[in-house]
Design a protein around this ligand. Structure first.
Ligand code: T1G
Length: 686
């Protein structure tokens, strides 16, 4: 294997270049190469300064995550950074792309940093359940200030080159060619002494010492976001050490905290998820040479909540959208909501007024269905009725241009049945967005029996363009996400009758790490979703609630009562309805343990996930996890339902389900794959 690190000279400046595609991860060979290059600079008196730069899409994007958990290969990254900092000649980091994690720590070891304005600088280790472990938690506050370092380390959110320049993390922004300007900068500073070592700087720490409440205020402001995670608090503590201890002691504390996190379950789960998310984009079994179709214009049918949200994704990505509605009023309402959403984002500073104008200018609202003939992809987002969908696809079949991809946003109807109703089933697939469609990252792309490989590839690649995380799902009821949600909802409702309360069941889910439980979710989404609207027909608890107008938060009452700030409280009315139903159905109510709730609502989801895998409705177990983390708020620090089941032990899952089998009755049947893997001591995800 060629050495990823090479050196060249420009006058008396040594240029050290990394070429380790795809992201210049700081693997063993890169670390060894960097140390060797610094030694070369030290030993050559004609070298007066050093520039460290990277080829390809980005500066070092961090430690090589694929090396985690494997026997360490020297030198350690902290030693590499120290070697750079202790070089007797000035070292300048030339930053482009994403200087992330260990990459930013290498840059902090350099005496100077120059960057392109479009560069991103960050320490996203917390998203891997870790903290910057190569001196970053001690050098970053000394260079960029404690407040900035706290934000960057504990949230993992990168900053732009401009922001980095403004906070002193970058010494110069480079317009034009990066490396030649970095060499010019190195020539400017080659004789300046002493060298500005990040680890020796104290002036930025003084600022924070005048604001001792900073850390607790930060914890308070982010409590909701950090709930359940271990790494954010460790990052906060590590940055805090920089204020109390000299650098040499601070890095020892940093290493201790780093190793505690690295050996924990959360870090394992979050690192698993890093690769799971990237694997989801890969389509198994695509014929060699499959190429995506070109998508220059998108059509959306229906300007309701979903149609509008879906359209915004493409408009924000610079793709023109033709949106069709049945009447002017609905069309104006839809376009109005999109503009309002854009203006709201601008008001929060997430978008500039120019970006809002640019996006909304790309929208072509029309009542003329035939205008869809210009579109390369058309997404139908009308209400869930098979006949209506078939009627629309029939019209599309007549007017859409050859090769146009015809997608349905259905969340559970049979995509194959829709495809079979027209002459070009190979161009049909499902694109199941999640509400609010302009926010939720997950996109289930439903591969029909006849869907052409290039149509599927096009949809998957387009998902990346609109910043979605796409997962391929097969045609089955509820695809991946909603299909696993159903057994959970069924058992949760039965547990209500048998003695649990909505509050208990929701508490178990929230304590598990879900953003909310089944009944809080029902109240948020609307208890009346899917309701038959006949108040005289009361066959279950949901009917009973809907019949008395308890449709959820929007009505101030559902499974909970809500105050004017939409805060939920247990409802004696609901309690009475549940008890009444139990009596009518002869259900004897009893004490329900939290463990039983976990076994009947979460273990059953895993079982359903296993069925989805054994039926080939998902390509891999990690895809199921990506769906649940990005679509349903499953805590990423538990990896996802399938990874979590592996952590629990599949035999434990099977035992728990066997314990509850009698109570779950005919609603439950074991997945053969789950039983088989449990029997063999195997796992789903590793
Ligand atoms: N290590 C190994 N492989 C990596 C990698 C890394 N750090 N980053 C990316 N890859 C692989 C990825 O799996 C994919 O592989 C390919 O590169 C392209 O990635 C001591 C301990 C840089 C913004 O957390 O955020 O430093 O799927 O599809 O969308 O303090 O990758 O093609 O086979 O994501 O252009 C901290 C992680 C590490 C940054 C590019 N660093 N990477 O995004 O491409 S911990 C990170 C990213 C650390 C030290 C600690 C993104 C990216 P494949 P991609 P992209």
């Amino acid at each position: 294997m060629t050495d990823p690190i090479s050196t060249t000279r420009h006058g008396d400046v040594l240029i050290v270049t990394s070429n380790n595609p795809p992201v210049n991860a700081l693997g063993a060979a890169v670390r060894q190469g960097l140390v060797a290059a610094i030694e070369q600079a030290e030993q050559d008196d004609s070298v007066k300064a050093v520039v460290i730069a990277c080829e390809g899409q980005t500066f070092f994007a961090g430690a090589d995550i694929t090396e985690f958990g494997k026997p360490p290969v020297m030198p350690w990254l902290p030693a590499v950074v120290d070697a750079i900092e202790n070089c007797s000649k000035p070292v300048v980091a030339a930053i482009h792309g994403t200087a992330f994690g260990g990459g930013l720590e290498v840059a902090l070891g350099c005496h100077y940093r120059v960057a392109l304005p479009g560069a991103k600088l960050g320490v996203p280790e917390v998203k891997l359940g870790l903290l910057p472990g190569a001196g970053g938690t001690q050098r970053l506050p000394r260079v960029a200030g404690v407040e900035r370092a706290l934000e960057m380390c504990a949230t993992g959110t990168p900053i732009s080159g401009k922001e980095a320049f403004d906070c002193g993390l970058v010494d110069r922004l480079i317009e034009g060619e990066l490396v030649p300007h970095a060499v010019g900068y190195a020539e400017e500073v080659r004789d300046i002494r002493p060298l500005p070592k990040s680890s020796e700087r104290e002036e930025r720490l003084a600022e924070a010492r005048d604001n001792p409440a900073l850390f607790d205020e930060f914890r308070k402001a982010n409590a909701r976001k950090f709930r359940g995670f271990e790494a954010p608090e460790a990052n906060i503590r590590a940055v805090g050490v920089a204020l109390d201890k000299p650098y040499s002691e601070g890095v020892i504390e940093e290493r201790k905290l780093f190793m505690e996190l690295m050996s924990g379950n959360q870090a394992r789960a979050q690192q698993y998820f890093f690769f799971a998310e990237r694997k989801a984009a890969k389509i198994e079994g695509l014929p060699e040479g499959t190429a995506p179709r070109e998508v220059k214009r998108v059509g959306v049918i229906g300007a309701g909540t979903m149609g509008g949200g879906i359209s915004m994704n493409f408009l924000s990505a610079g793709i023109p959208v033709t949106i069709v509605e049945m009447n002017q009023e609905a069309l104006d309402r839809g376009a109005g909501v999109m503009r309002k959403n854009y203006e709201a984002s601008a008001a929060k500073g997430k978008l500039s007024a120019e970006q809002v104008e640019k996006a909304t200018r790309l929208l072509n609202p029309t009542l003329d269905f035939d205008e869809l003939a210009q579109c390369d992809l058309i997404i139908e987002a009308v209400y869930e009725d098979m006949d209506v969908k078939k009627e629309i696809f029939g019209r599309l079949d007549r007017i859409a241009k050859p090769g146009a991809i015809l997608a349905s946003n259905t969340s559970y109807l049979n995509v194959d049945e829709i495809a079979a109703s027209i002459s070009r089933p190979q161009d049909v697939l499902g694109m199941h967005f999640f509400s609010p469609a302009n926010i939720m990252k997950l996109l289930e792309i439903v591969r029909g029996a006849k869907t052409a490989p290039d149509a599927l590839m096009t949809a998957m690649q387009l998902a990346k363009r609109i910043r979605k995380v796409a997962v391929v799902a097969g045609v089955c009821h509820g695809f991946i996400g909603n299909r696993m949600l159903m057994p959970r909802q069924v058992e949760a409702t039965k547990l209500l009758l048998e003695g649990a309360s909505p509050e208990q069941i929701d508490r178990v889910h929230v304590e598990f790490g879900m953003p909310m439980g089944p009944f809080q979710m029902a109240d948020l989404a609307g208890v009346d979703i899917g309701w038959h609207r006949d108040v005289s027909r009361v066959e279950n608890i949901r009917d009973a609630l809907c019949a008395i107008d308890r449709w959820g938060q929007k009505k101030g009452a559902g499974f909970y009562d809500y105050d004017d700030k939409r805060r939920p409280s247990p409802s004696p009315v609901v309690k009475a309805i549940i008890e009444d139903f139990a009596t009518k159905q002869g259900v004897e109510r009893r004490e329900i343990s939290d463990q039983e709730i976990v076994e009947r609502t979460l273990y059953t989801m895993v079982n359903e996930g296993a069925k989805i895998l054994e039926e080939g409705m998902a390509q891999r177990a990690s895809d199921v996890d990506v769906v649940w983390v990005y679509g349903y708020g499953w805590p990423v620090y538990r990896g996802g339902p399938m990874f979590w089941a592996d952590s629990e032990g599949l035999d434990t899952i099977v035992e728990g389900l066997k314990r509850q089998e009698a109570r779950m009755g005919s609603d439950f049947s074991f997945s053969k794959l789950l039983l088989d893997k449990a029997g063999k001591g195997e796992k789903f995800t590793r």
